[in-house]
Design a binder for this molecule. Structure first.
Ligand SMILES: *[C@@H]1O[C@H](CO)[C@@H](O)[C@H](O)[C@H]1NC(C)=O
Ligand SMILES: *[C@@H]1O[C@H](CO)[C@@H](O)[C@H](O)[C@H]1NC(C)=O
Ligand SMILES: *[C@@H]1O[C@H](CO)[C@@H](O)[C@H](O)[C@H]1NC(C)=O
Length: 315
């Protein structure tokens, strides 16, 4: 049986005989790690780590997934380490951060052949929560057409992603990997642009943040740094994405670096952010996905609300 994991991009062949009456259910493991390092004054960093699960089912129309988050857990703590790429040891108390644990309402993601098209959410979702959802599901977006990815090793294109529309360098790497020795999974992933068995594809996206049609210096969980009345000045200096696919694995992530300062203070803080989504399992769904209650279509862009009024912000 073949199933669509990410519309237009990733399918899976399942080694099961029976057909699943409610179709498949995909579980993605979600990790968002943030490190804040003040420029001076304090020696150390503040960490915020979120773990969650994103559960999705494909809809019959073939271009959408119906999803919700589950089991979110966010913690923050202070650490000595100044290296955001290293796991850090708390120097003091670890505090639970419920405000960073993601809204669990059902929502839908509509795709087009470049990636995310729009979202359908409950109209009562708070703008801050919607932006957190966007940031994470943005990892499911390729941002380029597959014709390019199938043929080229490197190309530049305008890319729509959740934080803007920027000029992006895509680097495609296809390698032979020997994974046949590992445990036999119940499925084999197949990107729609074709990948021979035993191969790995890595798509790297290097965003040129000085060449954007628009961009938002968003930091995970922030409510107002880019909204008009804020007294915080932010700027994104790096946003790199990567997608890795083997016959058994799909991992997609983004690294962002943002600097922020308050108008009234001199202190500049640098925020390092790593978001990662990894396909954990494909299993039979127990029922059809629930409909989105009080459904409203919204754009994928952070900080924006209604699609047909995308310059309008909802406060
Ligand atoms: C997040 O932090 C945890 C714990 O330090 C680590 O195991 C994990 O690899 C990190 N994930 C990312 C995407 O940085
Ligand atoms: C990005 O999205 C905007 C608004 O939907 C659209 O006008 C534009 O053509 C898109 N750009 C790309 C490169 O897909
Ligand atoms: C759409 O935008 C216009 C002008 O910005 C505004 O007057 C109108 O109220 C907005 N409509 C909705 C539904 O937000």
């Amino acid at each position: 049986m073949n199933v669509v994991v990410i519309p237009f991009f990733l399918a899976a062949h399942l080694t099961v005989d029976e057909t699943w009456s409610h179709g498949p259910e995909y579980t993605f493991q979600v990790q968002v790690n943030c490190t804040a390092i003040p420029e001076e004054g304090v020696y150390g960093s503040v960490r915020l780590n979120l773990e969650s699960k994103l559960i999705c089912q494909p809809l019959k129309n073939g271009d959408s997934l119906s999803c919700h988050f589950e089991d979110s857990k966010a913690n923050s703590f202070a650490a000595d380490s100044l290296d955001p790429s290293e796991p850090a040891t708390p120097t003091g108390q670890v505090n639970r951060q419920p405000a960073y644990e993601i809204n669990e309402d059902q929502f839908e993601i509509k795709f087009n052949k470049r990636g995310l098209d729009d979202l359908i959410v409950n109209e009562n979702i708070q703008p801050r929560e919607l932006d957190m959802v966007r940031m994470i599901v943005g990892q499911l977006s390729v941002g380029a057409t597959l014709d390019d990815i199938g043929n080229d090793v490197s190309f530049d294109a305008m890319e729509n992603f959740t934080q803007g529309e920027c000029y992006t360098t895509f680097k495609i790497d296809k390698k032979l990997v020997d994974r046949s020795l590992y445990a036999k999974p119940a499925y084999a992933l197949r990107p729609t642009f074709g990948l021979k068995d035993g191969k790995l594809v890595q798509i790297r996206k290097i965003r040129n943040l000085y060449m954007c049609a628009h961009k938002v210096p968003y930091f995970f969980g922030s409510a107002d740094s880019f909204r008009e009345e804020s007294d915080i000045i932010s700027d994104a200096s790096l946003s790199d994405g990567h997608i890795i696919i083997t016959s058994t694995e799909f991992i997609s992530g983004t690294s962002n670096v943002i600097t922020t300062s308050k108008i009234t203070e001199e202190v500049v803080t640098t925020l390092y952010e790593n978001v990662r989504l990894r396909l954990e399992s494909i299993q039979p769904a127990e029922s059809e996905p629930p409909a989105v209650k009080e459904a409203e279509s919204v754009s994928i862009f952070i900080g924006r609300w209604l699609i047909d009024n995308s310059s309008e912000e909802d406060n």
